[in-house]
Write a protein that binds this ligand. Structure first.
Ligand code: HEC
Length: 200
């Protein structure tokens, strides 16, 4: 045994001597390289953390994935509503962009395709009120207040909501057309409804 120990001693570096384990198998000696401290620390910390995690989510009422999803959904819905509020609002600058003579033909087309059937030619009124006079039922005749009625409609009284039907620019084009016919008092127009709004 002492002979073979000598053989293996050759392979043990001087500074590793203290790592030699106290046994020899058929002349084979073993060094003990302990795991680094940081590795052990992570290992035990992982066990402690895992135990805490399991206890929290299993016994202490920690939120489930479904709970967390519901919380996320609340945030998402708020953001969607905010987005909707911003996109649905009347935007004077966009209106100004479409309320120009070069777009008046398209405004007329939007009106003829979607509004004519009820508001009649030049908005003189039929099923829907006269839009060529200075009486207004639901609005004050301004583009901004007309926008709300056109966007959301007045469906219980037969005015459809166009917000989801027409493209945003088509709504602004229609409003621009309304601006061009209001106070033009078309002949054989429907009788005035609502309140008289003074000319701006
Ligand atoms: C199916 C029939 C119908 C169609 C189509 C229709 N409207 Fe109307 N509209 C109405 C009725 C009815 C009212 C009155 C609603 C009420 O009394 O609450 C109205 C009201 C309005 C008003 C408010 C008038 C006021 O005096 O306050 C505006 C503005 C208007 N419509 C614009 C439009 C535009 C623009 C379109 C096309 C994009 C359109 N409407 C298409 C039936 C219609």
């Amino acid at each position: 045994m002492s002979d073979s120990n000598k053989d293996t001693d050759l392979h043990v570096e001087a500074d590793e001597k203290h790592l030699l384990l106290d046994h020899t198998y058929d002349g084979i000696q073993e060094l003990n390289h302990p795991l680094p401290k940081w590795w052990n620390f992570l290992f035990y910390a992982g066990i402690v953390y895992g135990f805490g995690y399991w206890t929290y989510y299993t016994f202490l009422g920690g939120p489930t994935l479904v709970d967390e999803m519901k919380e996320d959904l609340v945030v998402i819905r708020q953001a969607q509503q905010e987005y909707k509020r911003l996109t649905e609002a009347f935007k004077p600058d966009i209106y100004a962009q479409w309320n120009k003579p070069e777009h008046s033909q398209r405004g007329l087309e939007v009106f003829e395709e979607n509004c004519l059937q009820c508001h009649a030619e030049k908005g003189k009124g039929d099923v829907g009120p006269n839009l060529s006079d200075d009486y207004w039922l639901l609005t004050d005749g301004s583009a901004e207040s007309n926008y709300k009625v056109v966007y959301y409609g007045s469906e219980e009284n037969g005015m459809p909501a166009w917000g989801e039907v027409l493209a945003s620019e088509e709504i602004y084009l229609a409003l621009s057309y309304l601006e061009s016919i209001k106070n033009t008092f078309q002949p054989d127009g429907k009788e005035p409804q609502g309140e008289k709004i003074g000319q701006e």
